[in-house]
Design a protein around this ligand. Structure first.
Ligand code: PLP
Length: 235
């Protein structure tokens, strides 16, 4: 695709998303700089990351290790923070920690030793978010920890070296009103903050539901298609 056209397209989409975030903050009585935008670049090329960085995007997200590793390497000269937001296998955890600045999808203690080892090998602290499931228990393909598992998981992250527990992440379940799901998330988070007041990041909200997430306290929204366009169904 013509690079000038692509840059213009991304700039226009980014502007629209930034306006949505600002309007949602305003409607929620929150400061406009309260919410950070993470642009999810999965399926899109490193050249798009480069365009985004040129437009002031500071945070990008990826959900598959191989693709993320390659893209982060291609963009090593850019000043962007890499967020890993996808399902994570424990045998890949150390490798993900070799390029990710934030791992948002920590949902079981088994991932912690690998992440910690990767952080040590790199001599770089990794920010960690615990992914909490908003799905009903037993739902197929459920990702995320149960709310009542968060305390033990947080303790595992805190006692491992090289990891900094920063907060929670969640995805609204398919087929449920996101407002209801994020209201539930806000209650889970309030309880979590009672014992860990500094872990106050809340990553929630995507292209279709970021307004609901901001209303319910999101500090980070993860937006893909609204900025970069529709993803191909298969790569
Ligand atoms: C792909 C993805 C997003 C972005 O989704 P859009 O609907 O394209 O904004 C956000 N979070 C996670 C975990 C994702 O995998």
């Amino acid at each position: 695709m013509d690079l000038v056209t692509r840059a213009d397209e991304i700039a226009a989409n980014l502007d629209a998303v930034r306006r949505r975030i600002a309007a949602a903050c305003d409607a929620a009585g929150r400061a406009g700089d309260d919410v950070r935008l993470v642009v999810v670049t999965k399926f899109f090329p490193a050249s798009d990351v480069r365009i985004l960085a040129g437009l002031g995007v500071t945070d990008v997200g990826e959900n598959r290790h191989q693709e993320a590793a390659a893209k982060a390497a291609e963009c090593a000269d850019l000043d962007v923070r890499w967020h890993f937001v996808g399902g994570l296998q424990s045998n890949k955890a150390a490798a993900v920690a070799s390029y990710a600045d934030v791992v948002e999808s920590v949902d079981r203690a088994k991932l912690v030793p690998g992440l910690s080892r990767g952080a040590h090998e790199r001599s770089h602290e990794i920010d960690v978010l615990l992914q909490v499931s908003l799905d009903p228990p037993g739902r197929e393909g459920r990702a995320g920890a149960d709310p009542d598992e968060l305390d033990a998981l947080a303790a595992a992250v805190e006692t491992a070296g090289g990891l900094r527990l920063r907060g929670l992440m969640a995805v609204a379940p398919l087929g449920e009103d996101p407002a209801a799901a994020f209201a539930r998330l806000a209650r889970i988070r309030a309880q979590f903050l009672e014992s860990r007041p500094c872990a106050d990041v809340l990553s929630a909200g995507m292209s279709g539901d970021l307004e609901h997430a901001i209303r319910h306290g999101a500090t980070h929204v993860r937006v893909g298609s609204a900025v970069l366009g529709p993803r191909p169904r298969i790569k």
